[in-house]
Write a new protein. Sequence first.
Length: 182
Amino acid sequence: KDTVIDSNGINAGGNKITNVAPGVAGTDAVNVSQLKTVRDNKIKLGGDNSSVTNEQVLSKTGGLQFNVVGTTGEIVTVASGDQVKVGLAQVVKDSINNKADTNLSNLTTAGTTAVKDIAAWKIKANSTAAETIKGGDEVVFKDGAGVKITQSGKEFTISADTSKLSQSTKLSYTANGVAAKQ
C-alpha cells in the first residue's frame, strides 16, 4: 500500500514509519524509544527513617497502586476519588479529648475522685485499725484526759494538761526498755 500525505493528514497505508526523530515540541510525534522510556519508568515512595516501598513499573498491569496504611489503633486512612485522608483513630482522639488540663480544671467528678483516691494516706493510733484519709477528709485531734493538743498552722503540740492532774495522779513511763519508778 502507498503512503498518502494530503489535506486529510497522513495515511501510512499500514506501513511502518521508521527513522522518526525524538519529538521535542508539544505538537511533535513521539517514537517508540520515547514511549518505552516512559513505560519502563520505575516509581517508589519514601517514608520516615529512609524506608521505601518496592518499585513499581509505570506499565504495571492493572496500573500503579501504593497503599497508605495507618498504624493499627493509632492512624486511620481513607482513600476516595483522588485523595487519601490520614487521621487519628477514635481511641487516640478520645485519649486527647479526655486529657486533663495542667491545672486540672477540666476534671470530671469521677476524675477528681480518682485523684483523691491516689493521694489517700492512712492514720492510726497505737494498735487500732488504720483509717484511710482521702483528699478533702478532715482529721481532728482532740484533747484527752490530762492531754492538751494545740495547733499553730501545720504544727501540732501534744502536752500534759497539768490543770487536769492532781497529786494523786500516777504517771509511769518506760525509758530505753526499762520501766521507771512511779
